[in-house]
Ligand binder design. Structure first.
Ligand SMILES: Nc1ncnc2c1ncn2[C@@H]1O[C@H](COP(=O)(O)OP(=O)(O)OP(=O)(O)O)[C@@H](O)[C@H]1O
Length: 408
């Protein structure tokens, strides 16, 4: 039985490939799948199922106890996997299956897929060569929209430690005065959803200039914690959570808080589907807007030009953002969250779905920003991100009473 891996880079037209595949337009080498029943294990499938459940008010993979929409990203993937396997298709396309999964579930997934590989063919789309499943016996790659077969290539270790070293992080133009040295303070924070206990007695202090990694298994409460800092999660009220010295829910508006926090998660890239030049995208990071509604000042332009030089994107400054490769878009969006040099920068799984080279560039940029600025960074990731240099890790360890926080 054949099992394929198809390596992707940030220029691969994955969407186009999947569409063609589903319509039966398969490349020559993959013709064995042409008239077979296939399923897709991908965030696209999850999106569609959530939408369908919502529209028709029915449970397709939601359980009795919990709607698919409210599950954590790892829980959603687990539910989808079992749903697809139960359908017993001839083949399953696995779209970067390990993204957003904690180490334990990654291992479990590997062994579940291996067991099923005796009677289901798998086609793994992989941005990282090191993710290649052990039972893969056919190799290919997707260059833009062209599929070609390749030799069995082993994982490529990319070191881009010297990237961005020519230029320093540009100066800030916004000043954040009267900041307390302690920016975030969780005191004995415990959160439940109904009977389900999520966080148990979390104590966490983030100070000016800290570099934290927030980690924990799927469903351990990482997004819940972020939503209490950056979002409007009502569960935050009544808890002892202090942001910039003020108790959450007392006085400072969500807008006041958001203004002091740079935030980037891959999903927000989707918000920027209009025609914005890269230069304007970065300027909009200084003005906290999605588009650019006012004429930028000379100072704003100068700072953004320095950022473009740093990112080596000077030549592309007038290019539309939506024409960049995924890796370039992610770097621009991360830089957009950095340009203000906010007191806090939250990066929520920023490397999910990135190829090795782009992930490595992202890590270099974050390390450099941590080193050269006073911004406190919270980097959320399941992966031990190669080369990332956080000073401290808050690991959420789940138990029946909710997750406790262990500082490493
Ligand atoms: N509205 C809700 N109702 C019920 N349960 C919820 C709701 N929102 C979140 N949960 C549960 O809270 C737990 C923590 O979810 P959260 O998204 O914070 O985890 P996470 O650590 O970010 O996980 P992942 O790494 O999988 O994204 C999960 O078990 C999730 O199912």
């Amino acid at each position: 039985m054949n099992h394929w891996v198809i390596y992707l880079d940030n220029k691969s037209d994955k969407k186009g490939f999947l569409k063609d595949f589903q319509k039966g337009r398969t490349p020559q080498a993959l013709q064995e799948f042409e008239h077979k029943a296939g399923r897709l294990f991908s965030p696209f499938t999850l999106e569609k199922l959530i939408d369908e459940e919502d529209k028709h008010d029915k449970k397709i993979i939601s359980s009795e106890h919990q709607a698919l929409e409210t599950m954590s990203s790892g829980e959603q993937k687990r539910a989808l996997l079992y749903y697809l396997l139960k359908e017993n298709p001839d083949y399953i396309i696995l779209d970067n299956p390990f993204d957003n999964l904690d180490i334990a579930f990654q291992e479990e997934l590997k062994s579940i897929l291996k067991d099923h590989s005796k009677h289901i063919s798998f086609i793994q789309l992989a941005s990282r060569k090191s993710d290649t499943l052990s039972f893969i016996n056919c190799f290919g790659k997707l260059n833009e929209n062209i599929f070609t077969t390749t030799e069995n290539t082993t994982s490529n270790d990319i070191e881009i430690d010297s990237a961005f070293n020519a230029v320093r992080i540009p100066h800030a133009i916004t000043t954040f005065s009267n900041l307390e040295p302690t920016l975030i303070n969780f005191k004995n924070v415990s959160i439940s959803y109904g009977e389900k206990k999520i966080l148990n007695n979390i104590n966490w202090t983030v100070k000016k200039g800290d570099f934290w990694q927030l980690s924990g298994t799927n469903g351990s409460g990482k997004s819940t914690m972020l939503s209490m800092i950056f979002g409007d999660n009502p569960k935050a009220y009544g808890q002892n959570i202090y942001l910039f010295g003020n108790k959450k829910g007392s006085g400072e508006s969500v807008w006041d808080i958001k203004q002091k926090i740079g935030y980037y998660a891959p999903a927000i890239t989707l918000k920027f589907n209009g025609r914005h030049s890269i230069e304007h995208m970065l300027i909009s990071g200084l003005t906290d807007s999605v588009g650019l509604y006012t004429i930028p000042t000379e100072l704003q332009k100068r700072i953004v030009n320095q950022w473009l030089t740093l990112l080596d994107l000077q030549d592309l400054k007038n290019t539309y953002f939506n024409t960049l490769s995924t890796g370039q878009q992610r770097l621009v969006m991360t830089a957009r969250a950095m340009v203000k040099r906010p007191p806090i920068l939250i990066l929520d799984e920023p490397t999910a779905g990135m190829d090795d080279e782009s992930a490595s560039l992202m890590v270099s940029l974050v390390n450099k920003f941590a080193e050269e600025t006073d911004t406190a960074i919270i980097f959320v990731s399941h992966r031990k991100e190669k080369g990332l240099k956080p000073e401290q890790i808050l690991d959420l360890i789940p138990s029946e009473n909710g997750s406790s926080g262990v500082i490493k």
